[in-house]
Design a protein around this ligand. Structure first.
Ligand SMILES: [Ca+2]
Ligand SMILES: [Ca+2]
Length: 223
């Protein structure tokens, strides 16, 4: 069998052999890279190293090897922000598709954004932000559908912080972050109906209660 294989190899043109050799070397290099990657970067991996010390004693060059040093790599803990909110005019503070952004202090481009966070009936939720650093100050902003944005500015980010946005003002039905005639037009178009897009307090009907909420924030803007 080996003889047949050798004969087969001899029949392969030299150019083909070189190509096969190159492919083999490339595959070998990739395999080594993959092994090294998991060896070095996999969480919890122990990396053993020894250090050699060179020194002179009695005019002679000598060397000694240190004890083995073991370094254990572990994944950094997930960062969590717990947040809470209240919704003007409602008693149930559960939300979905809640948008939370983290900006550099005074910045306009968010470093992090989560558009699908949620809260329970008590208005509590949490997110796991990335790309932000513990001990650094940021501006935090929240947006709930039909409510103006609200920000907590220039606040130090901690590994498990609690952000209390308190009451979000209602009435921004069109989402342009100011309460004005455009929102009133949307509300009046749904007058007497049960459309949740205009039923600010979510009691099942669009009426004077919703208008009063909208009117209480006339010309107010989100922060
Ligand atoms: Ca608006
Ligand atoms: Ca209502």
């Amino acid at each position: 069998m080996l003889r047949n294989f050798m004969r087969f190899c001899k029949r392969i043109p030299q150019k083909k052999k070189i190509q096969i050799g190159i492919v083999f070397v490339v595959v070998l290099i990739l395999a080594v890279i993959v092994v090294l990657y998991f060896r070095i970067f996999a969480a919890g991996t122990d990396i053993s190293n020894t250090a050699t010390i060179y020194y002179t004693e009695g005019g002679q060059n000598k060397s000694a090897q240190s004890n083995t040093v073991v370094t254990t790599l572990t994944s950094p803990p997930a960062l969590t922000i717990n947040f809470s909110l209240k919704l003007q005019g409602r008693t149930n503070y559960s939300t979905t598709a809640t948008d939370i952004k983290i900006f550099p202090v005074g910045g306009v481009t968010p470093l992090f954004e989560k558009t699908d966070s949620s809260t329970d009936a008590a208005g509590n939720g949490s997110i796991n932000p990335t790309g932000v650093n513990v001990g650094t100050n940021y501006d935090f902003q929240i947006k709930v559908t039909n409510f103006l944005t609200k920000s907590i500015k220039n606040t130090t980010f901690n590994s498990s912080m609690n952000l209390n946005f308190d009451v979000l003002n209602s009435g921004d039905l069109d989402g342009n972050n100011i309460v004005n005639s455009l929102d009133f037009a949307k509300l009046s178009a749904k007058w007497g109906q049960s459309d949740p897009a205009a039923d600010i307090n979510q009691d099942g009907v669009v009426n004077t209660i919703d208008f009063a909420l909208l009117n209480s924030n006339w010309f107010a803007q989100g922060t």
